[in-house]
Design a protein around this ligand. Structure first.
Ligand code: GLU
Length: 480
């Protein structure tokens, strides 16, 4: 019987969910759902100074917003909990004692100065990682006692084996870290807290994780982790290290490239499904070559054979394009719901729901981010319409414009109400009466009513505005 697929996402609660981490969560989740396995959320909160409950909450919220659910985790429980590392310290202690007892780990009492000296010496010899010289590997009981009496608090180090460590990474292929590339490393700090490389292995092992899927910034940790598995006699999981995400200038994605948190994208009005779709395609592609993929299709199609080895460039324009596609596919009720908070925040005085839906529908085609609704509908909710650009001003100042406006006002007086059909009729008459046609006929009116050269269909605007408002706006464009 093959082992059940169990994957985990293990964020440190030191801030809100970063885009890079979200991508890791998404790929783990897709793989779990694709294989019918389990997706586990584990909170790695051993960095007491930087971890916070608020960050943990915000990670839950961001994952929920994305639509990612987990089968086991601190808030939902599960059979191999607890799922917060600081609640698992008894387990780290238990396995530290085992490793001390079986000789794979030892107490090291070196002072900061001694360590620094070793580091400098190794550096002079061109070594950066394997700098610890193993001097406390074989201390006698008496030596240890003496150090303790001096008041030294030991750390625990793992004896790193003097041999190559090779593993098959299902993204990168066979990967070897040669003997001597790492020295005996700390698994428990002098204050008793476990280091990441130790706690992660104890947890992954006890939680029966089958595949460790994470960013390739963790690749260099993997030989250390494998050394811990081997020292415990545990089965090593399958590793998948996903290439990092770059900004458009090919440097590592960072704040200077724009928003880097999921929250930032949510606030700007990206839709969760669009973000998941986009981020899945950062390192993976559908065999069909399609780019717009529903969550169900992503789940059905995702597998590691199509995950790329090379870094992915985060192209915001593509995300915006994709988001626009998702916005256009929304039912108007749903889109209005999603836009409502932005419109309310802007302080707009909103009409009744059915009218609001018509107003939102006017700009649905042109929205790439929900947040843009505020600016796109400013002309509807603002007190005054001001031509937005120099080109818009020129349209209003054209010689033929006042003729068109006067004629329009005269025709307007003849109707009780203005609607779609009457507006078309009026414009036909205005054109006949003034001899003005095409752009020169329509543009000035568009600018008078919306301030813009481009925008929603004019008859739709007129239909929503009604006769009195159109009249007032055209009069004000004429300065009367
Ligand atoms: N807490 C680690 C991180 O956020 C987890 C790394 C891992 O997946 O092993 O980077």
């Amino acid at each position: 019987m093959s082992q059940e697929t169990r994957v985990r996402f293990a964020p440190s609660p030191t801030g809100s969910l970063h885009i890079g981490n979200a991508r890791t969560a998404i790929l783990n989740w897709l793989f779990a759902r694709h294989t019918g396995g389990s997706f586990i959320l584990r909170i790695e909160d051993t960095d007491l100074e930087r971890s916070s409950k608020e960050s943990e909450e915000s990670i839950y919220n961001d994952l929920h917003w994305l639509g990612i659910n987990w089968d086991e985790g601190p808030d939902v429980g599960g059979k191999v909990g607890p799922y917060r590392q600081m609640e698992r310290t008894h387990l780290y202690e238990e396995y530290t004692n085992k490793l001390l007892a079986n000789g794979h780990a030892y107490h090291c009492f070196c002072t900061q100065d001694e360590l620094e000296e070793m580091r400098q010496k190794a550096l002079a010899e061109g070594k950066t990682d394997a700098w610890y010289d193993g001097r406390h590997r074989n201390l006698t009981t008496a030596q240890k006692q003496a150090f303790r009496e001096e008041g030294r608090q030991p750390v625990v180090r793992l004896k790193y084996p003097d041999q190559d460590i090779t593993f098959i990474d299902i993204v990168k292929g066979e990967t070897t870290f040669p003997a001597g590339s790492t020295g005996d490393f700390v698994i428990v700090r002098s204050d008793g807290t476990p280091t990441y490389n130790f706690a992660a292995v104890i947890d992954d092992g006890l939680m029966k994780i089958s595949h460790v899927i994470r960013g390739d910034d963790h690749l260099s940790n993997t030989p250390k982790q494998i050394a811990v598995y081997n020292a415990l006699g545990w089965k090593v999981p399958i590793f998948a290290h996903i290439p990092m995400i770059l900004g458009p200038d090919k440097s590592r994605l960072s704040k200077r490239h724009g928003a880097t948190s999921v929250r930032g994208y949510a606030d700007a009005g990206f839709l969760p499904d669009a973000l998941i779709n986009f981020m899945s395609l950062l390192s993976w592609s559908s065999p069909s070559g399609d780019e717009i993929l529903s969550i169900q299709r992503l789940i059905d199609e995702f597998d590691f054979s199509r995950v790329s080895k090379s870094p992915a460039v985060f192209n915001v324009e593509k995300l915006e394009w994709m988001n626009g596609m998702y916005i256009r596919s929304l039912a108007i009720e749903k889109l209005t719901d999603l836009c409502l908070p932005y419109l309310q925040n802007a302080g707009y005085h909103l009409p009744e729901r059915s009218v609001l839906e018509q107003i939102v529908a006017m700009v649905q085609e042109n929205l790439e981010r929900l947040k843009e609704i505020v600016e796109k509908l400013e002309f509807v909710f603002a007190d005054k319409v001001i031509p937005a650009t120099a080109e818009a001003v020129r349209m209003i100042e054209k010689e033929s414009t006042s003729k068109v406006f006067w004629s329009f006002l005269r025709q307007l007086d003849k109707v009780e109400q203005l609607d779609f059909a009457r507006f078309r009729q009026i414009m036909k008459t205005v054109s006949e009466e003034t001899g003005v046609m095409g752009k020169d006929l329509w543009m000035p009116l568009r600018v008078a009513l919306t301030g813009q050269i481009h925008g929603p269909d004019l008859p739709k605007v007129v239909d929503i505005f009604g006769k009195e408002r159109c009249k007032k706006l055209v009069e004000s464009a004429l300065n009367i």
